[in-house]
Design a binder for this molecule. Structure first.
Ligand SMILES: Nc1ncnc2c1ncn2[C@@H]1O[C@H](COP(=O)(O)OP(=O)(O)OP(=O)(O)O)[C@@H](O)[C@H]1O
Length: 438
């Protein structure tokens, strides 16, 4: 997953797209634009997509998520011109596909957009290789070239050596990979995937999601992925559009959607999400409370811990790079022995995790560690910390990255911190490091 936010012009741009099936589609769209509801216009036709607008960035996985009948398939079919829009526009690069048809549309499709379907639609009497190369054969590519390309794409999807088999000799997951290889053979920048993994067993499906994510990271395709499964959407999507009754009710990152659902409908959806796979260390981390400079020495570290009522401190260098953790006892012993250098007592310097680490991957470490996990950025600078209590809270609650959650140390209960016990080495509010250490 490789969101490419920033200045790049969008790979795909949808503006005020409507699709009404029925006898009086234009009339229905006019009424919808005037504020009438889907039910109001039912006599004129079925409003499958209502006023959809969004942009997909190059290299992004954009997921369209919604229950059956919400309009996902209709929307995705408008993106490659399989359905003509009733109103609105879809730009692929600079081309407005609502304004072209026939040969020109087929060219754009061939060059820019390929599609992977839920049912793999493999040809049973052709080999895996021939299936992968099928679109190339239709395009008239010569046999040697298409065999070369299809062999390469089969390797890309993990099917090296399976080219001479027939679809019936492959598992469902493998057949879907052939479908994916076939789409990749077209070498288009945009891949549309319509419920592509929905027919697979849960374990194989999960495996495919992981493979797609890593494939995407390598190939940098723009992927528009349709699913009715929110867990799948949350895992795969750089951003997700949630659809209900033909309308997009929210577009956001998985984190946004989980932590700030726009409507009660979205909120009711996200209650069942496997948060540990979606939330990251960065989204639940707290501000580290006692951050001391390694060059400040033992006395300054002790002072900071006292002032901030903590039993330990995160030690950083002058560039705020994480160096390790010290406890008040160790620092006190150091001071008692007349020494100041903290480097000899630094512990767990190798324990820092990146802000992108999924909570799923933090549990093992949190169990092994009695103190919170330091979170660092790409440069190794300390940017936050995750306590065991935070991890557990994240499983049940919607956490807030601005740290309003009370963090407990072992032995404390919620609301019990009356100042008589040190609160651990986290703040409940964003802090600036005091003690003059940094
Ligand atoms: N060809 C069609 N003619 C008439 N109505 C249609 C047609 N295709 C879809 N619809 C209607 O448009 C609405 C949206 O359907 P669509 O298939 O896009 O939803 P979906 O979210 O993809 O659902 P599913 O996951 O079940 O395919 C539904 O009410 C459906 O009955």
């Amino acid at each position: 997953m490789n969101a490419a936010p920033g200045a790049a012009s969008p790979a795909l741009r949808v503006a005020n797209a409507f699709k009404v099936f029925g006898r009086r589609p234009q009339e229905a769209v006019k009424a919808l634009k005037e504020g009438k509801t889907r039910q109001d216009v039912a006599a004129m036709g079925t409003a499958a997509v209502i006023d959809a607008s969004f942009e997909v960035k190059p290299g992004e996985i954009f997921v369209v998520m919604g229950l059956s009948g919400s309009g996902k398939s209709t929307l995705i079919r408008m993106l490659n011109g399989l359905w003509t829009m009733t109103s609105g526009s879809v730009h692929i690069g600079d081309t407005d596909i609502s304004k072209i048809s026939g040969k020109r549309l087929r060219e754009v499709r061939q060059k820019s957009v390929s599609m992977v379907f839920q049912h793999f639609a493999l040809l049973p009497h052709r080999t895996v290789l021939e299936n992968a190369a099928y679109a190339l054969e239709i395009q008239g590519m010569d046999k040697k070239k298409r065999t070369e390309l299809a062999t390469k794409m089969l390797k890309t999807v993990g099917l090296e050596g399976w080219g001479e088999k027939y679809p019936s000799q492959l598992s469902g997951g493998m057949q879907q990979r052939v479908g994916l290889a076939r789409a990749l053979c077209a070498e288009t920048d945009i891949l549309l995937m319509d419920e592509a993994f929905s027919a697979l067993d849960p374990l194989i499906r999960r495996d495919m999601q992981e493979q797609l994510a890593s494939l995407q990271a390598d190939l940098g395709k723009t992927i528009i992925f349709i699913t009715h499964d929110l867990n799948e959407a949350m895992f795969l999507g750089d951003r997700i559009a949630v659809m209900k009754d033909g309308e997009i009710v929210q577009i956001g990152t998985p984190d946004d959607i989980l932590t700030h659902p726009a409507t009660e409908y979205v909120a009711s959806f996200v209650r069942d999400v496997d948060r540990t796979r979606v939330l990251t260390a960065g989204s639940v981390m707290q501000n580290p409370r006692a951050v001391v400079s390694v060059s400040g020495g033992a006395r300054a570290a002790l002072l900071t811990m006292r002032q901030q009522q903590t039993s330990g401190a995160f030690v950083v260098d002058r560039h705020r790079k994480f160096r390790g953790i010290v406890t008040d006892r160790e620092v006190m012993a150091l001071v008692d022995s007349g020494e100041s250098d903290l480097t000899g007592i630094l512990a767990r310097e190798d324990e820092a995790v990146s802000a992108e680490t999924a909570l799923n991957d933090l549990f093992g470490r949190a169990v092994e560690s009695s103190t919170p996990l330091p979170v660092v950025d790409d440069e190794g600078r300390l940017v936050g910390a995750v306590a065991r209590a935070t991890l557990l809270a994240a499983l049940g609650n919607v956490p807030s990255s601005t740290s309003s959650m009370e963090i407990l140390t072992p032995g404390q209960t919620a609301g019990s911190n009356d100042g008589s016990q040190p609160p651990g080495i986290f703040a409940t509010e964003p802090t600036t490091e005091s003690g003059g250490n940094l």
